[in-house]
Design a protein around this ligand. Sequence first.
Ligand SMILES: [Zn+2]
Ligand SMILES: [Zn+2]
Length: 415
Amino acid sequence: MQQLSFPEIFLHILLTDFLRYFLAAGAAYLVFWIIFFKKWRHRVIQQKPLESDKIGFEFRYSMSTVFIFALVGFGIFSLKKAGYARIYDDFGEHSGLWFAVSIVLMILLHDAYFYWTHRLMHHPKIFRHVHVVHHRSTNPSPWAAYSFHPLEAVVEAGVFVLIVLTIPAHTLALFIFLIYMIIRNVLGHLGIEFLPAWFIRNKWLNWHTTTTHHDLHHKHFNGNYGLYFTWWDRCLGTEQAGYRQAFDEVTSRKSESDKDTEPFKISSAPSKHVAPMLLMLSFVSASSAQSAEGIWQTFHEESGLPLSLVKITEKNGSIEGKVIKIFLQPWEGEDPVCLRCPGEKKNAKIVGLTFMWGFKKENGLWANGYILDPGNGTTYSSSVWLEDANTLKVRGYWGIFYRTQTWKRVEKDGK
Ligand SMILES: [Zn+2]
Ligand SMILES: [Zn+2]
């Protein structure tokens, strides 16, 4: 390094930071989402496709983070040159045991630093200016690993400064820590739960966070603030109540090959016409005489908190649903619009948006309709049926997968 000029050193650091991100996120994306996707498809936590424009967004912000990390890296290099950093290059300076201990200390320090700065960034006043960028990924991909607002990137880089000023670490130990960091970070945003079902029950392992752990944080915005370990969230009561059930649910799903042996068989991708037919067989006793008309309460899937009120109207056997109220989080603004909705619905106010349409009543259910998720602008094929007079089941299909929500009746007549 001695012969290199400062710009050359900066470029070296920039390239290393870029490759660290690009190789880790790229490898995870390639292996899980492309080459072996079929094997992992049933483990896609949110059962939704990744959206290419969202990946583009995550990548662009990650590039800004790479640049900021490189600037901080250059600062650390300068600190080291000036004799302030505690990084050492000679293995003889400390014992082999210290080499290992220093790595563990860096991981523990980073985990604590991340938990507290992350919680702070969830303060509503800070959240909407800084951390909101990272939370634009409600269904994160591996590329979201560095998707931070520049200010958040500076906060994240702060831990490296703290480490080099306090922990005497060999350059190689620091490098191992950086590799550990990017791998855990990318896996947290993988979107696919790859761990076995027993992981969460193993007392030696279950204090590690899982992909589901961080995925739920992206989905619900609150709780599960931890990075590497679950202990901060557990001790401080910020672990999401539904985390363990969600992990069990994901890891107990049957793979496509297993599904062939099930009585409720979906062996190939059913079209929006076939799926409701299969569905019909599973609830022969659907209450066909009742009406879905009225006002319904929808809920967050894991937290169970109220999400919105929906008014359903019925005409000539077809139903239509409109959002009439949303229960907003402090950072969601006054009157949100659907930024990603297609066509004429783009930028429409979510309150008042017709997001369910085209259903036809057949054999006790409303089938072959469409449902638009205002959160991501994706339209799914959908079927709806009444479980009882006050319980509505709403199912959205994505290829051979589906998710079913339960809505509760608030008022019979939606005037
Ligand atoms: Zn994240
Ligand atoms: Zn967060």
